[in-house]
Design a protein around this ligand. Structure first.
Ligand code: FCB
Length: 460
């Protein structure tokens, strides 16, 4: 790898760190916040590896100023955070809770004061429990409720927050939430989880024009988690396994959002053709609404082969027999293989779908077992992961991909969903007992990398 420098990237490149509301905020019963599916799920015995919840997480709700200061210290020019729907509408519908809006306004204004551009995600998995009680994402009404929530939030904050993402990783919301049940709300409806995916995408499509109507200088997009998928061999069964996983995890989301259609092979794998013909095809024009950017979250590659289903509820319903093969590549603490060139694959895959559409890496990062010592956290593996993936971004730019930014997951260690506090992704270490923050070596490396090219202009 030739030496990496900030000047390899455009001067107006967006350099950010990312978090999500339930993972960092804590204060789950303060400020008029109502319960979300994650509050309920985390209290379910056995749901979270260490039996914890998002309380108090990083107490970001109270410590956001310190955290904005850390970002300024790192030298990033953008912060991707998410808005907790149930802080804004405690029951998921009805009037805005002014305290909820006030928190995000304080946060956004503090960022802007430091020259850090706020990038808000409207939905990072924390559905108000009241909406789940009415069917959650299996109910079409949730898409309508989301559109109204989006309209209200952007109406309130659109003067200070100019960059809006509707959804984070709808594949996870639909298939981890409603098929494998590893995530809230922990349901097991098998292939019908595809209907949740459709309602999520409809929510996106309905929200975009309402967001745009709030002000004429807003940028709106959606974030998808894309995977580089390879077949383990040329055997027809393995090739078909790769087609299925690429289908369900990539094309089932990319195609409706950017190409106005659902992939017919995936509907066939799912056995959901009839439901989609009756309930979904008419929504494709709505879902395919123009966006200003696509966010891509990338962590790993899948190498797939045909095998035998275990019988456990799968996140890939209809394709339970597909196995993920160990290629021997190094793995992070999540067990995810490290494949930096897979980031080039997914960016090119997205770029091919809608040539010229600006892309941003909205998440990329790694969990490792960190040790806080007297002289800091020496997380060389994370630093190397970061450097390799930034080099992949440089390669993608060199290949003509319209990449406009990179957000590292994560600013700081936080509540890693079903893994609780047992997985650390931050470039800032958090001691949960004292809430003390310590910039890790990876964070120092990022700081040096960003300052070497001079402090960049605020992202466009
Ligand atoms: C992504 C999520 C994010 C975080 C990372 C590790 O799928 O969007 O909240 O948990 O994985």
């Amino acid at each position: 790898m030739t030496e990496l420098s900030r000047s390899d990237f455009p001067a107006d490149f967006t350099w950010g760190t990312a978090t999500a509301a339930y993972q960092v905020e804590g204060a789950t019963t303060e400020g008029g916040r109502g319960p979300s599916v994650w509050d309920t799920f985390a209290r379910t015995p056995g749901a979270i590896a260490d039996g914890t919840t998002g309380e108090p997480a990083d107490d970001h709700y109270h410590r956001y100023l310190e955290d904005v200061g850390l970002m300024a210290d790192l030298g990033v020019n953008a912060y991707r955070f998410s808005i907790s729907w149930s802080r804004i509408q405690p029951d998921g519908t009805g009037a805005v809770n002014p305290e909820g809006i006030a928190f995000y306004r304080r946060l956004a204004e503090a960022l802007v004061a430091q020259g850090i551009t706020p990038w808000a995600t409207l939905y990072h998995w924390d559905l108000p429990q009241a909406l789940e009680d009415r069917g959650g994402w299996l109910d079409r009404g949730t898409a309508e409720a989301f559109a109204e929530y989006a309209r209200l939030v952007v109406g309130e904050l659109g003067d200070v927050v100019k960059h809006w993402t509707t959804l984070n990783e709808p594949w996870c919301s639909a298939f981890l939430g409603y098929a494998s049940g590893e995530h809230a709300p922990g349901r097991h409806v098998g292939t019908q989880a595809a209907r949740a995916a459709h309602h999520l995408l409809l929510a996106h499509g309905r929200a975009v024009p309402l967001i745009r109507a709030a002000a004429d200088d807003l940028q709106v997009g959606i974030t998808l988690n894309l995977y580089s998928v390879r077949t383990a061999s040329d055997s027809p069964a393995d090739v078909d396994a790769a087609r299925r996983i690429d289908g369900l995890q990539n094309r089932f989301f990319l195609d409706p959002v950017l190409a106005g259609s659902y992939p017919v092979d995936v509907l066939r794998d799912l056995g959901e053709q009839a439901w989609f013909a009756e309930h979904a095809q008419g929504d494709l024009a709505t879902i395919g609404v123009d966006v200003d950017f696509l966010g891509v979250n990338y962590y790993s590659r899948h190498t797939t082969a045909a095998g035998t289903a275990s019988g456990a509820p799968s996140a890939n319903p209809g394709s339970e027999f597909v196995q993920m093969v160990d290629t021997g590549a190094p793995r992070t603490r999540m067990g995810w293989e490290v494949h930096p060139d897979g980031l080039v694959d997914v960016l090119e895959m997205a770029a091919a779908r809608r040539p010229g559409l600006p892309l941003l890496v909205t998440e990329n990062g790694a969990a490792y077992d960190d040790e806080l010592t007297a002289d800091g956290v020496h997380d060389e593996e994370r630093r190397a992961y970061l450097e390799q993936h930034l080099a992949a971004c440089r390669d993608a730019l060199g290949r003509g991909v319209p990449l406009r930014g990179y957000f590292l997951w994560s600013l700081m260690d936080n509540f890693e969903w079903a893994w609780g506090y047992t997985r650390r992704f931050g470039v800032v270490h958090v001691d949960y007992a004292t809430q003390r923050r310590t910039i890790k070596d990876s964070g120092r490396w990022l700081q040096a990398f960003l300052s070497a090219g001079g402090r960049g202009a605020r992202s466009a």
